[in-house]
Unconditional design. Structure first.
Length: 498
């Protein structure tokens, strides 16, 4: 009797477990269907094996990942440092890792906080490790959003596709996978179409990416603004806003990029600055022998240094306008320092004072005093970079309609900036790269490019971009810059032709 009762209990247990698993699975499928495949081809591999619809930060957070951070801050609400991504693009994990993968002044590393934050909010976070991560062939957890369009997701070693692609194609075709590859992307090795270039395309103010280390400067009356030039100068001098406006003005066209950025992340802007040439101001106050850097103090508390050699460049300005518009409080007005070759963190908001220093003798120093010397990595630039601007990844177009792809390339900042010489586009996981030669231009401005692509037919296509500069430096796959996030992989664009 007890034996039969035990059997009934066991059966009942398994029935309940079966029903629970079925309900749980159906809820997950419903959740997956509601979120979509984010541009991936719809097939068994993407939907069921890889669960691409349930993976990656944007699966839960949508277009914004910083909109729920206010509850973690004490006191009055403040903006997260990354206040705007640029070009209306959604926030992605790359934006976070730009700072939170080792940059010392950006707060804790993401891994140190994100796991506990997610598992504390179990009612909101209904995923698991694989919602955010992928395990590579070395057994390491890597971010899914970093490698979701790489051959790593197939289970093949490494990120280099040159050697493994023929093997992958053969394996997939022999086993009948759609399009000859497991994910179902349509390959386009020919990439027919023409590419045009321009360095004159200016980034609209609304599309400029914004970092706010101490929030937006509070409103200031023009008559209250005062700029002090001090330190190793013959005459300490103060300038009012009217005095700066009444000086000879100049325009400077420069491209600026965030100093720690993953390839393709559109934290870049090509701008027209207008204001007072900094060289003339420094000559007026008289720079003493031994000074080799400018120690910049901003009204919001931000401090940094700029090498004197760059400050004396005729293109460096005390900017009063951007794109012919007076600088607002949001844009760091009324005066910003815009050094030639400056990375994003060197464009301080609302400059308060400029102190001429001998960096070698400075005892208490701000960020980048190690970069005050032109020989330092901070000032050598951080390699060529490129990305897509339009259309957004996941865009669907009708067969026969023109497909205009816009993007950028730039060898980022510093003393050793070099013009871009070629843009490379791949439509087959990087097995072949079509090269588009660029006429060498101004190294301090981006190469905006427009590719009039002619898709060979219907399908979902995955395009990649990389670049090389005139000195032969290819877009790096591994960063030599102190705080650059890894991995450094080419930017991706997914387009479906229906």
């Amino acid at each position: 009797m007890k034996k039969h009762y035990l059997i009934k209990v066991v059966r009942m247990f398994f029935c309940v477990m079966f029903i629970w698993v079925a309900l749980e699975y159906s809820e997950n499928i419903a959740l997956a269907d509601s979120k979509g495949l984010k541009g991936f081809p719809d097939n068994a591999v993407t939907r069921e094996a890889l669960q691409v619809q349930n993976r990656g930060c944007n699966s839960c957070h949508g277009k914004s990942m910083t909109n729920n951070l206010e509850k973690f801050k004490d006191g009055e609400p403040k903006l997260h440092i990354m206040a705007k991504t640029g070009y209306g693009k959604p926030e992605e994990i790359g934006h976070c890792l730009n700072c939170h993968q080792g940059f010392p002044l950006a707060g804790p590393k993401l891994a140190a906080t994100i796991h506990t934050m997610h598992y504390k909010e179990k009612t909101a976070f209904q995923g698991d490790c694989f919602s955010c991560h992928h395990i590579d062939n070395k057994g390491n957890y890597v971010m899914w959003d970093d490698i979701k369009y790489e051959l790593e997701v197939y289970g093949y070693s490494g990120y280099d596709s040159k050697d493994i692609r023929p093997v992958l194609d053969k394996w997939a075709k022999e086993r009948g996978f759609n399009k000859g590859n497991q994910l179902g992307f349509t390959m386009d090795s020919a990439l027919k179409g023409d590419m045009t270039f321009s360095q004159d395309v200016i980034t609209p103010v609304k599309d400029i990416f914004a970092m706010r280390n101490f929030g937006t400067p509070p409103p200031m009356k023009p008559e209250d603004y005062l700029l002090t030039i001090k330190g190793l100068v013959n005459k300490e001098t103060k300038y009012t806003l009217n005095q700066l406006k009444n000086r000879k003005q100049a325009d400077s066209y420069l491209t600026h990029m965030c100093g720690s950025v993953k390839p393709g992340t559109p934290q870049i802007a090509n701008l027209k600055w207008s204001g007072v040439p900094l060289k003339g101001v420094l000559e007026e106050v008289g720079v003493k022998k031994g000074a080799d850097a400018l120690y910049i103090h901003c009204y919001d508390g931000w401090e940094y240094t700029v090498p004197l050699v760059r400050a004396l460049n005729p293109r460096s300005l005390l900017a009063l306008k951007v794109n012919d518009e007076e600088l607002s409080d949001w844009e760091g007005g009324p005066v910003r320092l815009v050094p030639m070759g400056g990375l994003g963190w060197e464009l301080g908001l609302r400059i308060k004072s400029i102190e001429l220093i001998d960096a070698k003798k400075q005892k208490q120093v701000p960020l980048a005093i190690a970069g005050a010397s032109p020989e330092e990595p901070w000032q050598q630039g951080i390699g060529p970079n490129s990305g897509f601007l339009a259309p957004d990844s996941g865009t669907r177009v009708n067969q026969g309609d023109p497909v205009i792809i816009e993007g950028w390339a730039f060898a980022k900042g510093g003393i050793d900036t070099s013009p871009i010489s070629k843009i490379y586009i791949s439509g087959d996981y990087g097995t072949k790269w079509r090269a588009f030669p660029v006429k060498p231009g101004d190294p301090e401005r981006w190469q905006y490019w427009k590719f009039n692509w002619q898709p060979p037919g219907k399908g979902t296509y995955l395009l990649k971009v990389k670049t090389i500069d005139l000195k032969g430096r290819m877009q790096p796959t591994k960063s030599s810059y102190p705080f650059m996030p890894e991995p450094q992989l080419p930017a991706n664009l997914v387009i479906t032709v229906e």
